[in-house]
Design a protein around this ligand. Structure first.
Ligand SMILES: NC(=O)C1=CN([C@@H]2O[C@H](COP(=O)(O)OP(=O)(O)OC[C@H]3O[C@@H](n4cnc5c(N)ncnc54)[C@H](OP(=O)(O)O)[C@@H]3O)[C@@H](O)[C@H]2O)C=CC1
Ligand SMILES: O=C1CO[C@H](CO)[C@@H](O)[C@@H]1O
Length: 359
């Protein structure tokens, strides 16, 4: 592959998100969608539409046909498919969570590191310009020191979601590993290393073995504290996807789902509505506030992620925006929540829970 040749790509797993990746790749100038791999024969039609080949198994795709892969299979398959991609020398974008468990994630990440092959984890929310802007506002302490954050992720997944994928009713298919992990990644990116986690989970809405709801407390090493209310069983306007309109499956509300508090002002995220003292002073509870909204460009994060993946493969950026290690740290935070909920005790996390661009 010379520098400007399209990157020949295989999309592995063409379900809810794999189909979106395949469509994005088909229309992306840096990629040539070469194969779709999915056991479901009905995906042949999609492969025809997207002018690529279909295989039921990754074993049927010759190594020399592709330069890169996107793994969008159920979480438990990320390690085996990832190791096959590595053996074929394909740069790989693996969906989040990087793997089903920390042990399998460590195996996958270390194997790519040893081979020196690019591995990017699909925490796509980081590609929104509002993330960079929020990071800049926090890092510059423009609103004074960061104190607290309050996050909600509350949507009602339809019954058809669970019928379409039985794995979503198992322990690795619940909202902690599927949805909270995005909030975890963003919190690590914005607030830095975690010290302590407390949590409660509930499965009373559906009575499945997997949780449908969780209430989480996080203390960061900086002293900042955050609360997270998570549920995939309540109809509400408060979710990152609703706010950003990033996912065509989830109706856009434009209503922010995070509130971030600093000593001299607070802001909503991802909408970046900022509240400060009306007179431009430090302010306190007796004084009126004013609000303004910082506009940022609306992007399709899956498209931006592909652009970054292409740059990574071509050596135009020196490191992945979300490395395998970053993916592991988000997974560790999920595990900390699970442990705290199971034991009913605070979980003190070791200080490896941070990401490179955190404050
Ligand atoms: N970044 C994002 O926005 C999103 C990320 N995700 C992540 O993407 C992954 C997939 O989730 P989702 O799309 O909801 O899952 P789906 O169940 O909708 O799709 C997974 C697809 O992979 C197929 N599959 C299973 N095993 C293999 C295999 N070994 N090789 C090829 N195909 C296989 C499944 O086929 P079959 O059903 O026949 O087993 C199914 O068609 C998860 O890790 C999830 O966390 C999910 C949604 C959004
Ligand atoms: O990763 C994800 C898992 O599923 C959700 C619902 O489809 C997505 O919105 C999210 O980004």
């Amino acid at each position: 592959m010379s520098r400007n040749d399209p990157i020949r790509l295989v999309v592995i797993g063409a379900g809810l998100v794999g189909q979106r990746h395949a469509r994005h790749a088909f229309s992306h100038q840096d990629f040539d969608l070469a194969w779709i791999v999915d056991p479901n024969e009905a995906r042949q039609e999609m492969a025809q539409q997207l002018e690529c080949r279909w295989a039921a198994s990754l074993e049927d795709v010759p190594a020399g046909d592709c330069d890169a892969a996107i793994i969008a299979t159920p979480n438990a398959d990320h390690l085996p498919s990832g190791l096959t991609c590595l053996a074929r020398n394909w740069a790989t974008l693996v969906e989040k969570p990087v793997a089903e468990t920390i042990a399998s994630g460590e195996k996958l990440v270390s194997a790519f590191e040893v081979a020196g092959l690019p591995l990017l984890v699909g925490h796509h929310r980081r590609y929104h310009p509002s993330f960079d802007k929020a990071n800049e506002m926090i890092s510059s302490a423009a609103l004074g020191p960061l104190i607290s954050a309050s996050l909600i992720w509350a949507v009602r997944k339809p019954d058809s979601y669970f019928k379409a994928g039985a794995w979503r009713r198992d322990s690795d298919g619940g909202p902690l590993l599927i949805n909270f992990i995005h909030e975890a990644d963003l919190m690590l990116g914005l607030f830095g290393p975690v010290d302590e986690v407390q949590a409660m989970v509930s499965s009373h809405a559906r009575g499945s073995t997997v949780e449908d709801s969780a209430a989480i407390l996080v203390r960061f090493a900086s002293g900042v504290i955050a609360t997270v209310m998570l549920t995939d069983a309540a109809l509400s306007p408060w979710s990152f996807e609703g706010a950003s309109g990033e996912n065509p499956t989830i109706a856009e509300t434009g209503i922010s789902s995070w509130r971030i508090g600093c000593t001299a002002g607070s802001f909503e995220f991802p909408g970046l509505r900022v509240w400060t003292d009306a007179q431009g002073d430090e302010g306190d509870w007796s004084r009126p506030l004013k609000d303004e909204t910082i506009e940022t460009a609306k992007v399709d994060p899956l498209h931006e992620q592909l652009t970054h993946f292409a740059q990574l493969i071509r050596g135009q950026v020196d490191k992945p925006k979300i490395s395998g290690r970053d993916g592991l740290e988000a997974l560790r935070l999920v595990e900390a929540v699970r442990t705290a909920a199971r034991t009913g005790q605070p979980y003190f996390v070791d200080q490896t829970l941070s990401t490179s661009n955190a404050v």
